[in-house]
Write a protein that binds this ligand. Structure first.
Ligand code: FRU
Length: 489
């Protein structure tokens, strides 16, 4: 029998709760100089349990300060996922002098012997999210037929001057609208016969993005997470659709009927975007829960369980004749970079020599390579462990191989190789990899091919090396930065 030494798997630049369980990001909103990150939280255990909303704030998306629990279960049930908006015009009447924050979330009531009853409810805060009052008229929206009715994401639709809610109803998305966040009308339903249906639909989001940054060509993006089903080794994952939205109906683009995944890895689920990011910033910022319902309750962390992806900037780019969702690490991460290595136009031997001396757990690696050549970086190496991040030029794919990445015995399907197709690649390919104590996130080809995977190597497995078969292989550039943000003040 072997003993397993306790390892520190808490990411240095990824948000995780101080203690106990976390799943979905909730209530992402920017208000008065702060990014809020609420999250599905079980404050008394390291596995899923009675759901509360935990809360953290950040001024820069990198250093997070965890605050008191925002919402706790009550007579209407547990507090499941949902969103927060700034009610700028006091439409709900909760604020004498607006604006203030309103949370729209799912109450999940489990009566013994019956299936759970889910309904949408409100809470509001007059003190920048520090304390919350639940609305006495809860719940504000119930569904007669569907047992699965949850995860409302609300936004202000300026063209129709009313609120819009997207909410998961079994295997479709309901699109409701409201003048005041309290009275909701069903406008349409999306998803029947479209996209992937191998699991329950959860955590939708709907938002506009300018195609190639051109505001005259704006499209709407619908995110839909799909729950784990034992029939699929991929577990829970997120699909997306592009299309048009008129305030009532989301009409997907023709080619959007083909299933499109947000991420080629296993560990980016229930992700949604920030509300109320100021127009002068203009970014659509996303964060996902870095786990998978297939093994989320079993991962080998000790006093906490669950982490978020890095915050990401989303974009829509037209490639190969279709609009593709691209993701890039939020630029704020650059502020905490400590330069380690910068090479340009280097051959295999020089790269090998430069990497040999490095010992790093938490870092970014950014490389530009000729797109015609297959190669790989072995990361977090040591004692027989390695996480391989590579480009397969023949198959036109980027991949992460975590078969030897470290601990995996907690679930038989954890080990594996995960791939994402590279589309419309030019002569050069860029590869941006974010590595931390228990994760790797790959953004390739301008953020078009993304792979997010958990890994559980020993802390001592901190080596990096290059694997390239061709001896005349050259990198156009290679930069490595340690990422070590100081803790929030
Ligand atoms: C998604 C999800 C949501 C639900 C929450 C419960 O991961 O299943 O649909 O609101 O988690 O914690």
């Amino acid at each position: 029998m072997s003993t397993i030494a306790k390892q520190n798997y808490r990411g240095r630049y990824h948000f995780s709760p101080q203690r106990n369980w976390m799943n979905d990001p909730n209530g992402l909103v920017y208000f008065d100089g702060e990014y809020h990150l609420f999250f599905q939280h079980h404050p008394y255990g390291t596995t899923w349990g009675p759901m509360h909303w935990g809360h953290a704030v950040s001024k820069d998306l990198v250093r997070w300060e965890e605050l008191d629990i925002a919402l706790a279960p009550d007579e209407n049930g547990m507090i499941f996922s949902g969103s927060v908006v700034v009610d700028w015009h006091n439409t709900a009447g909760f604020f004498g002098e607006g604006p203030g924050l309103v949370a729209i979330f799912t109450h999940n009531r489990e009566a013994e012997g019956n299936s759970p009853k889910q309904a949408q409810s409100l809470a509001y805060s007059r003190d920048k999210g520090r304390t919350w009052t639940k609305y006495e008229g809860n719940p504000v929206l119930v569904h007669d037929a569907s047992a699965d009715f949850r995860d409302p994401k609300v936004f202000w639709h300026e063209a129709t001057r009313r609120w819009v809610m997207v909410v998961a109803c079994g295997q479709t998305i309901g699109l409701y609208h409201s003048p005041d966040l309290k009275a909701w009308t069903l406008g349409s339903e999306f998803g029947s016969g479209t996209g992937f249906h191998g699991g329950v639909w959860e955590c939708p989001d709907l938002f506009p993005l300018a195609v190639d940054g051109d505001a005259a060509r704006t499209k709407w993006v619908m995110l839909v997470s799909v729950g784990d089903d034992p029939a699929y080794p991929e577990g829970s994952r997120t699909q997306y659709f592009t299309g048009d939205f008129d305030g009532v109906t989301f009409t997907p683009d023709e080619d959007s009927h083909v299933v499109r995944w947000l991420d080629g890895g296993r560990d980016n689920y229930a992700g949604v975007t920030w509300s109320d990011v100021p127009a002068e910033d203009g970014r659509r910022l996303f964060i996902g829960w870095m786990s998978n319902w297939k093994y989320a309750n079993l991962t080998p962390t000790e006093d906490f369980r669950g982490a978020m992806t890095v915050p990401r900037e989303l974009g829509l780019e037209r490639r190969n004749g279709i609009e593709i969702l691209v993701q890039r690490p939020a630029r704020e991460l650059r502020r905490v970079r400590i330069p380690v290595l910068a090479l340009a136009n280097v051959g295999k031997r020089e790269v090998e020599a430069a990497l040999r001396a490095l010992r790093l757990e938490s870092y970014e690696l950014i490389a530009e390579v000729p797109s015609s050549i297959s190669f790989a970086f072995q990361m977090r190496t040591g004692g027989g462990q390695e996480t391989v991040v590579g480009v397969d030029a023949v198959r036109g794919e980027v991949y992460v191989d975590r078969t030897k990445s470290g601990r995996h015995e907690f679930h038989e399907q954890f080990r594996g190789v995960h791939r994402a197709k590279l589309l419309a690649v030019g002569e050069r390919l860029d590869l941006h990899v974010c590595v931390d104590r228990s994760s790797v996130e790959v953004f390739a080809n301008g953020g078009q091919a993304v792979i997010t995977d958990l890994i559980y190597p020993d802390s001592a497995s901190a080596g990096i090396s290059l694997a390239a078969e061709e001896n005349d292989f050259r990198l156009i550039s290679l930069a490595i930065y340690e990422l070590a943000p100081p803790v929030a003040e």
